[in-house]
Write a protein that binds this ligand. Structure first.
Ligand code: IMP
Ligand code: MG
Length: 185
């Protein structure tokens, strides 16, 4: 099942769409005249990136890196693994890191640190679709966030549970019986 596994919808497709249009306008204004690179973290941010980039009416490029927390199929296990990280000189460029959700903050902290060391961009900003009201391991707030979300495990619009549900057009809470005995923590 796909839709039947969802207990409640938090953000429907139209609400997400409206918010992303506003975010795109804000980002376009803030980066006016800058050489912008959007660095999207795979896999969770792909749908958000695809929609957001089309709402930013400026020249830009996209790059990707793979970020994963090891050990768990759900959220922050403590260690963040970064793969396929770009090795480029971005001293004249502004980088907007794009991710699906900010939870403990470990992922964005690891990515921005590595970005600073490896690429030395002129400016680093971060953009997440969801900013979870969860305890932060790394003191960090996103430069741009679509929505604040309560501390529950959500799926859809790119976000997965054990690799599934990314193709839901909305964001919702998974039914407890779909956790397969491994509750998202
Ligand atoms: P952080 O490093 O703890 O901030 O976690 C960020 C990553 O954990 C995100 O990129 C997601 O892949 C994953 N994550 C955290 N919360 C959720 C959730 O509620 N649903 C799906 N994935 C999540
Ligand atoms: Mg992720």
């Amino acid at each position: 099942m796909l839709h039947g596994d969802i207990e409640r919808i938090l953000f429907d497709a139209e609400t997400i769409d409206r918010r992303i249009r506003a975010l795109g306008r804000e980002i376009a204004q803030d980066f006016a005249g800058e050489d912008l690179v959007m660095l999207a973290l795979l896999k969770g941010s792909v749908i958000f990136l695809a929609d957001l980039m089309r709402e930013i009416d400026r020249p830009l490029e996209i790059e990707f890196a793979i970020a994963s927390s090891y050990g768990a199929s759900t959220k922050s296990s403590g260690q963040v693994a970064l793969q396929a990280f770009p090795k480029q000189d971005w001293r004249d460029r502004c980088v907007l890191v794009v991710d699906d959700i900010l939870d403990s903050g470990r992922t964005l902290a690891a990515v921005t640190k590595r970005l600073q060391e490896d690429c030395q961009p002129k400016r680093i900003k971060t953009c997440v679709l969801l900013d979870k009201e969860a305890p932060r391991a790394a003191e960090l707030s996103p430069s741009y966030a679509g929505f604040r979300v309560e501390d529950v495990f959500v799926v859809g619009y790119g976000l997965d549970y054990a690799g599934r549900y990314r193709n839901l057009p909305y964001i919702g809470v998974l039914k407890e019986e779909c956790w397969q005995g491994k509750a998202p923590t």
